[in-house]
Design a protein around this ligand. Sequence first.
Ligand SMILES: [Zn+2]
Ligand SMILES: [Zn+2]
Length: 123
Amino acid sequence: MIWNSEWEYNNQDYLKAKYEKKVSGECPDLAVRKIYCKGCGRVFYTQIETKKYCLYSLCGNRGYQKELKWRRKYARQDRTCQTCGNTFTPKRSDAKFCCNACRQKACRGSVTNKASCQVDNLE
Ligand SMILES: [Zn+2]
Ligand SMILES: [Zn+2]
């Protein structure tokens, strides 16, 4: 039997049963895995090691486009530090300050900001 994407896509019930046998300990050596498709987010059972999408022809492109869009939007977009006004390139999509010193300053400066201070950790 050749395992391929098309076959797996059409035999999810079979693979799911196999996966359940694996997690129940009945057949722990089975290679089947449970993944969430990067394109549509749906649960998919697979025996292909590099698998990321339920069906690449269906979701591969979509997931890739989504990732690209996300990256363009957040990863390399410079923003202005809320404390000192400097422009900086954030390491994280939700970073608000250029450095830890600025973050701490903002925390001390306002009580209302406290909640965001705790989550906005640059490390
Ligand atoms: Zn999908
Ligand atoms: Zn700053």
